[in-house]
Design a protein around this ligand. Structure first.
Ligand SMILES: Cc1cc2nc3c(=O)[nH]c(=O)nc-3n(C[C@H](O)[C@H](O)[C@H](O)COP(=O)(O)OP(=O)(O)OC[C@H]3O[C@@H](n4cnc5c(N)ncnc54)[C@H](O)[C@@H]3O)c2cc1C
Length: 503
């Protein structure tokens, strides 16, 4: 045998891959993570423009107060006390609607959440209480989310089939409240008649429990886990794309990097999209029916990202995020046309030198991959640069200007405060994350067929596992949970949950 040999080889250093690497190295396994990018972390990556740090995929986090689920996971991993975090102040999100001057606030803590919305919907206490009770009840059915061992699938089976839209609409006849309650559905790329309520519940619950921002970006989460892995002798190789997963004698023998270099292992964990994983795994042991099923699963929509840098002390800082949608379009923001784009956006602010003014803001609006398909033969990252051409720049500029026009409606004068801006498209996400379409959150979950869209960490090969946002749930919490699910499956026991609970 030539090349390197490890107990665990992990393809991709996103949140899920790093959690697996950290947990398994802690359990005594030798670990090697292979990452195609210069920077580790996948969506945890940050980038700097005009000396301001921008996040690619960690704008705020939930569940980080003492004893809450993500807090316990981070505590167990030994990173909780090292993270530079700031708790958001009461309200975490505000919902804005076209032709409506009100700002509907979502506050932390269930009683605060209810009371804050009651100010705008004074007759809807019953609906709001039922809504909050249902969120908590649904979340209680997911053992790992509650760091419980022993729960079987049966416990959550009947809540997997609840439709977010029908449930919210069953609570109240007030159309405005129905829309407000799903007003931040860009958080999970909500789709009418598809998004399961458990997805909505687990994400909302986490932010209602407590909401936090990373000071100087979310890449610190990845860096701290990487330091843990290194401290136990684990290896993380950057600029190292895996092009082949090689199967011999019924199991994965090695992966191939740099054209011909082989990395051997006892177990292999793929943190890349399951469809991409199968694409690079040649074996008759994985039947075409399974490959086609995975390939046919829909991915969530992508995004157009606008990072605005403000002139000094010119634009007020908001300590909460804003989600905006055009009247009547809360469930159909992805169904835009060229003329009516954008039908919605979310804004995240970066503080300036003083708390009063913002230094920058990030605006995200949905964008379908087909809009950038004409440039799909280009590939551009910091490690492998390519000019996508003048027409692409013109396209991006036009989109940015349209998005700014739309933001201007609720934030008059914003244009005058802009010093400069930078943009990213579905192609940027595709190239940095390594999926086919720049999908934000991976495989779309569907309450009509929940089992089909919940991906098991197990594959048809005994020593190849999946991990990351495509399995159970996206987001930092979701991908961390997926990492744990993968480790539990690989180790064959749930002792890690007890350790997390007692951390
Ligand atoms: C725009 C945006 C905003 C978001 N905002 C938030 C937020 O505010 N809060 C929150 O909790 N979540 C947010 N998320 C979601 C969250 O960031 C993701 O769900 C999570 O980080 C995904 O983790 P993952 O484990 O699936 O790995 P990914 O982030 O998908 O990383 C996969 C890794 O695999 C690597 N890779 C791919 N192919 C190969 C290969 N062949 N060889 C080697 N390496 C490879 C990639 O380079 C990458 O590093 C956001 C996501 C996006 C896109």
């Amino acid at each position: 045998m030539t090349g390197d040999q490890y107990d665990i080889v992990i393809i991709g250093s996103g949140m899920g891959g790093l959690v697996c690497g950290d947990v398994l190295s802690r359990e005594g396994y030798s670990v090697c993570i292979l990452e195609k990018n210069k920077q580790i972390g996948g969506c945890l990556q940050t980038y700097v423009r005009d000396r301001i740090i921008f996040d690619s995929g960690v704008h705020y986090l939930g569940g980080l107060d003492k004893g809450q689920n993500l807090y316990q996971v981070f505590k167990y991993l030994g990173i909780m006390d090292k993270l530079k975090l700031q708790r958001m102040n009461g309200v975490f999100d505000k919902i804005l609607i076209e032709n409506d001057d009100k700002e509907y606030a979502f506050a932390q803590g269930y009683e605060n959440f209810i009371n804050t919305l009651l100010a705008d919907f004074p007759n809807e206490e019953k609906a709001l209480r039922l809504y909050c009770e249902k969120i908590q009840e649904v979340c209680s059915r997911f053992p790992l989310y509650n760091l419980r061992t022993g729960g079987g699938f049966a416990e959550k089976m009947d809540v997997l089939e609840i439709d977010t839209r029908s449930f919210v609409e069953s609570l109240t006849g007030d159309k405005k409240l129905q829309a407000v309650l799903v007003g931040n559905n860009m958080l999970y790329a909500g789709q009418p008649g598809k998004t399961p309520f458990y997805v909505h519940a687990m994400i909302l619950n986490s932010y209602i429990e407590s909401s936090w921002k990373c000071i100087n970006g979310g890449s610190q989460i990845g860096k701290l886990m990487a330091a843990n892995i290194h401290s136990r002798g684990g290896i993380i190789r950057r600029n190292c794309a895996v092009n082949k997963i090689v199967v011999e004698e019924g199991k994965v023998s090695h992966v191939v990097i740099d054209g011909d270099r082989k990395i051997y292992g006892d177990h292999f964990i793929s943190n890349i999209h399951p469809a991409k994983t199968l694409e690079i795994t040649e074996t008759p042991l994985i039947k075409n029916a399974f490959r086609n099923r995975i390939k046919s699963l829909e991915n969530s929509i992508s995004t157009f990202t606008l990072n605005i840098i403000f002139k000094e002390d010119s634009f007020k800082y908001s300590p909460y995020n804003y989600y905006y949608f055009k009247e009547g379009r809360v469930w159909s923001m992805a169904d835009y046309t060229e003329e009516n784009w954008p039908l919605g956006y979310v804004i995240f602010f970066s503080p300036g030198k003083t708390k009063e003014y913002a230094s920058a803001m990030t605006v995200l609006g949905y964008m379908r991959y087909d809009e950038v398909k004409q440039w799909e033969n280009t590939f551009n990252t910091v490690s492998e640069t390519d000019d996508r051409g003048e027409a692409y720049d013109v396209f991006k500029r036009a989109k940015a200007e349209k998005l700014i026009d739309c933001v201007e409606e609720k934030f008059p004068g914003i244009r005058d405060s802009i010093k400069t801006y930078y943009t990213a498209t579905p192609l940027s996400y595709r190239d940095y994350i390594g999926n086919d379409d720049g999908s934000m959150y991976g495989i779309v979950k569907d309450f009509r067929d929940p089992i089909k869209t919940l991906i098991s960490p197990r594959t048809k090969l005994p020593n190849l596992y999946f991990t990351g946002q495509n399995l159970n749930l996206h987001g930092i919490l979701g991908a961390a949970m997926s990492g744990l699910v993968t480790c539990i499956d690989l180790m064959g026991n749930e002792t890690v949950i007890e350790k997390i609970k007692n951390a």
